[in-house]
Every structure is written in structure tokens, then in C-alpha cells.
Design a protein. Structure first.
Length: 295
């Protein structure tokens, strides 16, 4: 393999992914490591990165990194750009990394209501790099789903919903764990849950316990209960985020399965959305940051 002109890194809580890149944007190689931010202390990031890119690294090659590597619990805390701000925040933070020329992308913050993002700003920048003059709302589903208003290549405002965390906590650590185990799925039950969560979000706590009772009394299957739980939580989220997506052009960026659920839920509200793969968009955002670094 030719020596890369630069290296792109997406460093999350659970894992890290790196790409060896040419100056023109060609991927020369890639690697995934399970050494995410959550398993490392600050002095463990440089060794983990050296191990991952051992076959590519050469003196002077710039390394552009985004994600939780720049969090307070990460390698070094990178600053936040305050909204409204450019979708591609200016400035990089350099950790003490010896022979590694690492540049960490800034996150984005909002003071009222208080909110922060790390990593999503790079995906937003990548999406806008591929969709010039796009205005609308970008949804980034995940453990902490973001709804982001974008206009004139700026992040205007955003809101985070802990829907993924809630689903994991409820399905794994409450009485509903007995009712929603397994991987089977009932699409109609999901749609019904979305409708219910949208219509009466204030009653969601009662609706959740009904899933347990329906299983005990009426034979509701785990597949139906699991899908309905997901629908209820996403429906309540859509109700809260309605000022963002109603009447807007919508893009959904993320992993295929979860993003598809958000697209489906939005379709039930007659709000069509474009689904976008996260990996390609993240790399596009890292490439935009590399071009900024080059000047």
C-alpha cells in the first residue's frame, strides 16, 4: 500500500474506526478497533491509535479525529463551537501525542436549552458537503438521538433525545425485560406504538406497563411488545421534536436498522425523509476537515 497522505479517525465510546486516505479522498485501507473511549484512560489513546494504524503511520502524516476522543473523559477535551455556527466548526485541538500529528475536531454546544454534540457535527458537515445549499432538519438516531436545524450551511439549533438509552434501560432493567426479550419484530405493533406515543405522550408511563399486562392477560408476544415499546418511545420523541420536523425537508443519518425505524415513523406522520448511511457521511465530514486543515 502507498503511504497515506492523511488518516481519518472516528472515535466513539465503544469502538474506533480509522481510514488510510489519499489526498484526493481515495480510501487505501481501513481498520476497526474495540478500544473505544469508554475503555481507555487519557494515557491509553496514543498507544491504541498507534496499534490500529501501525501499518500506515509515517512521520508527518496528519490524523484528523472526531467523536468522543475529544470529550471531557476522552484523550483531551476539545472546545465547543456555540450555535449558530458553521456546520464545519473551525479550529482543532492537538493532544500531546509524541510522533502522532493528531487534530481533534471541535464539538458543538447550545446554551438554552443546554445541549452538546460530538461527532454528529462531522456527519452534518459531510452531508452538507455532498448536498450543497441544503436547508432543513437532520435527524441522527442513536443512543442519544439529535434533531438539528440546518440553514445556510449553519447549525442553527438542535435538541437531543435519550430515546435509545431509555429503550435499553427499560428493556434490560425493568419488569418489561420479561416481555420484550428476543429479536423478532412486529411492524404493525411498531406503527401502533408510534401513533399512540404521538397522540398521548403524557400517558407513556401507563402505556409501558400495559405491555406487561397485555402479555400476562391477553397473550401479547414478545415480538409485539418489543416493537410496540420502540414505537411508543420514538412516537413520544417525534411529538416532542415536532417543531423541528413539521413541514421541513428531513434527512436521517445513522445505522441502517434504527434509521429505517425513524424514516418509517416519520412516514406515518406524512413527513417523508431521506435515509443516509452514517459511515460514508462521517468520512465525507472528516475529508472536509482535512481540506480545512490544509488551508
Amino acid at each position: 500500500m502507498h503511504k497515506p497522505d492523511w488518516i481519518a479517525v472516528d472515535w466513539g465510546t465503544s469502538n474506533m474506526r480509522a481510514w488510510a486516505m489519499s489526498d484526493s479522498g481515495t480510501i487505501l485501507a481501513d481498520v476497526t478497533s474495540d478500544k473505544g473511549m469508554g475503555s481507555l484512560t487519557p494515557d491509553g489513546f496514543a498507544p491504541a491509535l498507534r496499534e490500529a494504524i501501525a501499518g500506515w503511520h509515517h512521520e508527518g502524516v496528519p490524523i484528523i479525529a472526531c467523536g468522543m476522543v475529544g470529550a471531557r473523559q476522552g484523550w483531551i477535551e476539545a472546545p465547543y463551537a456555540a450555535v449558530p455556527c458553521a456546520a464545519s466548526p473551525e479550529g482543532f485541538t492537538k493532544p500531546d501525542a509524541g510522533d502522532l500529528d493528531v487534530h481533534i475536531i471541535a464539538g458543538v454546544m447550545q446554551t438554552d436549552p443546554a445541549d452538546v454534540m460530538r461527532g454528529e457535527e462531522t456527519q452534518i458537515a459531510g452531508f452538507l458537503a455532498r448536498n450543497k445549499n441544503w436547508d432543513g432538519v437532520i435527524c441522527l438516531p442513536g443512543t442519544h438521538t439529535k434533531w438539528v436545524h440546518v440553514s445556510a450551511d449553519e447549525i442553527v439549533s438542535f435538541q437531543t433525545y435519550m430515546t435509545g438509552d431509555l429503550f435499553a434501560a427499560i428493556s434490560g432493567h425493568t419488569v418489561l425485560r420479561h416481555s420484550v426479550s428476543g429479536d423478532d419484530w412486529d411492524a404493525d405493533a411498531f406503527d401502533a406504538g408510534v401513533a399512540d406515543g404521538m397522540a398521548r405522550p403524557e400517558r407513556i408511563a401507563a402505556r409501558l406497563f400495559s405491555l406487561r399486562a397485555e402479555g400476562l392477560l391477553n397473550g401479547m408476544t414478545n415480538a409485539t411488545a418489543r416493537a410496540r415499546l420502540s414505537g411508543l418511545l420514538i412516537g413520544a420523541e417525534l411529538a416532542g421534536a415536532k417543531p423541528y420536523w413539521l413541514g421541513q425537508q428531513i434527512a436521517v443519518i445513522g445505522a441502517g436498522g434504527l434509521s429505517a425505524l425513524y424514516v418509517r415513523a416519520l412516514q406515518t406522520q406524512f413527513a417523508p425523509a431521506t435515509q443516509v448511511k452514517a459511515d460514508a457521511i462521517t468520512l465525507a465530514g472528516l475529508s472536509a476537515a482535512y481540506r480545512r486543515l490544509k488551508g
